[in-house]
Design a protein around this ligand. Structure first.
Ligand code: GAL
Length: 422
């Protein structure tokens, strides 16, 4: 009996010892003042803007340290998968990068991110962010992310010197014209169009669809109004196939920066890429806008802004939601956006930014974005128009398509997967 009592007392003692430290105030550790910010902005042309915003944040929040948890790989090709496993393991950072649109909506539906409506009210952000963009981050009346920028996807980059040496007067205004130019370019021993990893091929696909179908047709592809198997879409996909045949897909570049290097080196003539290229070419490579490199709307998409927006979130269950909110205030502030965007090659999500800071290409971008005649559509590759499940199916189908070139099969698969992933 005593033995039993001693055993019970010992157990109580052990339990008490185990609980004491938990009930006592925790000693503050260095980690307590850390904000982990997760993105895919590493490497030239990607990280400079983020670093500038981090520096400003740390100055305004003395004692708080940002852990820059960026995972390399253009368009989040590696970062998104690693983040998914962290969120599954309930190990969220203080804030992570998401694209406005369907990509973010998936996280809202699965409860991964917090409602930021009260922060919006406190900061007055709804008055300085365009309604069209707010719509892409609002679900059932609540707002879930803080957009830092607007990027443009439908741009074709080239070197004016290369065009001159080939006797080409101007970049092509239709994909048909591109295919005609490609014949002459090939005859001169150069690559008409350079590509990178698979996401750059999807990025090209969306711009060919936009150019061939026009903005209404393009938008209809994502909301089910236009059938993927209709003759017009099949024809556009066939154009895509012909465009791919004029590219270096068989020996494509490792990521978008080396892809752009092929254009500036003159081995390839054109690259379709978003305007993050501007930061890389002008700031990292120190090349001169319009003299050493230039960009035009992708063929057939003049006057259309195929947009995407990088936004930051407050994940559910993060360690320091208070510091995460402070980080989001930096992201949404005019000062933060004006530090970030001129270095990122994007224009601010807010419309009260200082236009004097946006020169060269960015001046043109700002003017196009604000022009009421500009038609705005959303990017497929960068999360605006299709949710993650359908996007992943499109990736798989595209991987097969670039191998077998079967237009009909690709269209049928994408259409079927749209229904299956509803
Ligand atoms: C996009 C992102 C851009 C840029 C690009 C290339 O998805 O929105 O900010 O980083 O990928 O990595």
């Amino acid at each position: 009996m005593w033995q039993g009592r001693i055993g019970t007392l010992a157990l109580i003692l052990v339990a008490a010892l185990l609980t004491v430290p938990l009930s006592m105030p925790r000693a503050s550790s260095a980690r307590d003042n850390q904000v982990e910010v997760y993105s895919w902005w590493t490497g030239p042309g990607e990280e400079e803007g983020l670093r500038a915003m981090i520096k400003d944040f740390e100055t305004k929040n003395p004692g708080v340290h940002v852990v820059n948890a960026a995972v390399s790989g253009g368009a989040g090709s590696n970062a998104k998968a690693i983040l998914a496993s962290r969120l599954l393991a309930n190990d969220p950072p203080e804030s992570y990068q998401r694209h406005a649109g369907f990509e973010l909506a998936d996280d809202v539906r699965s409860g991964k991110v917090e409602d930021l409506s009260s922060l919006y009210a406190e900061q007055g952000w709804a008055k300085v962010i365009p309604q069209g963009l707010l719509d892409k981050i609002t679900i059932n009346g609540s707002i879930y992310a803080v957009p830092v920028n607007i990027h443009r996807a439908n741009l074709m980059w080239y070197s004016p010197g290369t065009l001159r040496s080939l006797g080409i007067a101007a970049p092509p205004r239709s994909w048909h014209e591109f295919l005609q130019q490609a014949v002459a370019i090939r005859a001169a021993g150069r690559t008409p169009l350079t590509l990178g990893p698979q996401w750059t091929q999807k990025h090209l696909l969306e711009t060919v669809l936009l150019g061939e179908l026009g903005p209404d047709g393009y938008e209809g592809l994502w909301d089910g109004r236009i059938r993927w198997t209709s003759p017009l879409v099949l024809q556009a996909l066939n154009t895509f196939k012909q465009v791919l045949a004029q590219s270096d897909i068989a020996s494509s570049a490792a990521d978008w920066q080396p892809q752009m290097d092929r254009v500036t080196a003159g081995t390839a003539v054109y690259a379709v890429m978003g305007d993050w290229s501007y930061s890389y070419l002008s700031l990292t490579k120190k090349l001169r806008w319009e003299l050493d490199f230039n960009a035009a709307a992708t063929p057939g998409s003049d006057g259309v802004y195929d947009f995407l927006s990088d936004s930051f979130t407050l994940p559910t269950g993060t360690r320091r939601p208070d510091l995460a909110r402070q980080w989001l205030i930096e992201c949404g502030s005019q000062a933060g956006q004006d530090l970030f965007n001129p270095r990122k090659g994007s224009i601010p999500a807010r419309f009260d930014a200082d236009p004097a800071l946006y020169g060269g290409y960015l001046g043109w971008a700002l003017q196009q974005w604000r022009d009421p005649r500009t038609r705005i559509v959303g990017s497929l590759t960068h999360g605006v128009v299709a949710d993650n499940a359908w996007n992943a199916e499109i990736d798989t189908a595209l991987g097969l398509f670039v191998q077998d070139g079967d237009v009909g099969k690709f269209a049928r698969t994408v259409a079927a997967k749209y229904q299956e992933t509803r």
